[in-house]
Design a protein around this ligand. Structure first.
Ligand code: SF4
Length: 77
């Protein structure tokens, strides 16, 4: 089942939790904001498609640790 990770980067408060828990997908950029690796800008946020349940679970962990709830993992429409 394909999923989409959605990141509202402009609202990031630079806590670093997502990059600490899942460095394979998340890093801190030169501005100190989280960046979802290999994501593309879509409107005012960033997106990346993933395909496996393991990827979904690990990115849901990142979403769950975000104190401002700006990471979402959704089933692809
Ligand atoms: S957990 Fe949320 S607020 Fe913290 S760095 Fe990641 S996206 Fe930004």
């Amino acid at each position: 089942m394909p999923y989409t990770i959605i990141h509202h980067k402009k609202d990031c408060i630079s806590c670093g939790a997502c990059a600490a828990i899942n460095p394979e997908f998340w890093e801190m950029d030169e501005q100190g904001l989280a960046h979802l690796k290999a994501s593309q800008p879509v409107n005012s946020h960033f997106e990346r498609e993933i395909g496996t349940e393991d990827e979904r679970a690990r990115n849901q962990d990142a979403a769950d640790c975000c104190p401002v709830n700006i990471i979402k993992v959704e089933k692809k429409q």
